[in-house]
Design a protein around this ligand. Structure first.
Ligand code: PLP
Length: 433
């Protein structure tokens, strides 16, 4: 498609957008009395308007039924979380029984590592990407120390080549072969949080299995964003948070995927609790742990219903729309944003550089832009003028136009505000000279 950087053209794209009506299903913050251009759906998705109804329903059932709500609420609480498994299984490409929703992301990755990071003999190393999300780094360090190793020795980081912004699949695969039978676990962010690079999860998972390692994915930036086929890719386990592209609300629950081949392994190492036991016998309060025959066996505590409610509300929207439609729009809106950035770049003295891969197969909803020079001031200008983005040291803003609620007109308006900001900066500097 041939793009144009005009308001008229952007509005034409919006008119043709089959998802345009979904914008109205979300609540937008306002700056200067206008809804913002929201680029931080990769950090905290906007609130779907139906979320409140789902929360209110729980509050009402609680007030009217109290403990009886576990069994007699409109959506009984004792198996409330099970309602999330099916819609999630479609989003991440799994069977519903391979999904469970519980706790929060880092907690879940730790719990999953109890099962899937079992260092033994010379096989004890973890392969991850360099500069992983800090929580993941702390997790790796504390896990290897917990097992008696040192991070220097037991954590192997995949590196980028000098001067390059992204990882090369061939480098990752050759690193995996090099570590070989010393590798116990490969655990990488499916989409890199900083650059937005999408990893070739299928190839990497296979390479890991070829050397006898287990392979898990942190899908914080991938779930609800890109196409996933966790079951078919033979991924061992994965987890994600729901408050980013899945719009479930701040700090909300995390989803886990555990491949079905592990479900009947009775001896698997696992930290257990009563919500992981068979539903048929759970309330007999027996001393023996009888696991659920699915991913729910990894659940520890009873579900946090007030956080499941807005998550379920948001999944309702995903059910309505479907991942395919979101992916379709995402490809166009991200390309359009890229085009707008390139156009602005031609009109002002070049001050920025997109560090996200240009190949649409290697990126999702996010473009990370390196702002040279006066980056922080341009960022401040954007924020003051209704463009919500985020700042990552040393000089990067991340722009994630979530296809659910961002419009093509938003991309155009952002371009204009960015240009204004850069020109004002330039004028200000020259008047100061
Ligand atoms: C957002 C994010 C997290 C956040 O973890 P919480 O446990 O939910 O606070 C972890 N890892 C990655 C890669 C993330 O992007």
């Amino acid at each position: 498609m041939k793009f144009e950087n005009t308001l008229e053209f952007a509005r034409q794209l919006d008119e043709k957008d089959p998802l345009r009506k979904y914008r109205d299903r979300f609540l937008f913050p306002k700056v200067n009395n206008k809804p913002v251009v929201y680029f931080t759906g990769n950090s905290l998705g906007l609130q779907p308007k139906n979320a409140k109804d789902y929360v209110d329903e729980v509050m009402k059932d609680w007030s009217e039924l109290a403990v009886e709500g576990h069994f007699y609420a409109k959506k009984p609480w004792w198996d409330y979380h099970e309602r999330l498994a099916k819609p999630l299984s479609k989003i991440v490409g799994a069977k519903p029984e391979e999904i469970t929703v519980m706790n929060t992301l880092t907690v879940n990755l730790h719990l999953l590592m109890v099962s899937f990071y079992r260092p033994k003999g010379k096989r004890y190393k973890i392969i991850c990407e360099e500069k992983a999300f800090p929580s993941d780094q702390y997790m790796f360090q504390s896990q290897v120390k917990f097992h008696g190793y040192t991070p220097e020795n037991a954590i192997v980081e995949i590196k980028k080549r000098k001067g390059e912004h992204n990882f090369r699949t061939e480098d990752i695969l050759s690193m995996i072969r090099d570590v070989g039978d010393e590798c116990a676990l490969i655990l990488i962010g499916g989409v890199n949080y900083y650059t937005g690079q999408v990893f070739d999860m299928q190839k990497i998972t296979k390479a890991g299995h070829d050397i006898g390692a287990l392979v898990g994915w942190d899908l914080a930036h991938a779930a609800g964003n890109i196409e996933l086929h966790l079951h078919d890719w033979n991924v061992d386990f994965a987890a994600w948070c729901s408050y980013k592209y899945m719009n479930s609300g701040p700090g909300n629950a995390s989803g886990c995927f555990i491949h079905e081949r592990f479900h009947d392994q009775r001896e698997i190492s696992r930290f257990e609790g009563w919500w992981g036991t068979s539903k048929d016998t759970r309330f007999l309060m027996k001393p023996e742990f009888e696991p659920m025959p699915n991913a729910d066996a990894w659940q520890v505590s009873n579900a946090s219903i007030l956080s499941m409610a807005p998550y379920l509300a948001s999944l309702q929207l995903f059910e309505e729309v479907g991942m395919q439609a979101l992916i379709q729009k995402r490809k166009v809106i991200v390309s359009y944003l890229e085009f707008v950035l390139q156009e602005i770049d031609k009109q002002v003295e070049s001050t920025f550089e997109i560090i996200t891969p240009a190949n649409p197969k290697e990126r999702g909803t996010q473009l990370s832009v390196f702002l040279h020079g006066e980056g922080k001031k341009i960022f401040d200008y954007l924020m003051q003028n209704g463009v919500i983005t985020d700042w990552r040291e040393p000089n990067v803003i991340r722009l994630a136009p979530a296809p659910f609620y961002c419009s093509f007109e938003d991309m155009y308006s952002f371009g204009q505000i960015l240009k204004e900001g850069i020109l004002k900066k330039a004028n200000q500097l020259s008047s100061e000279l």
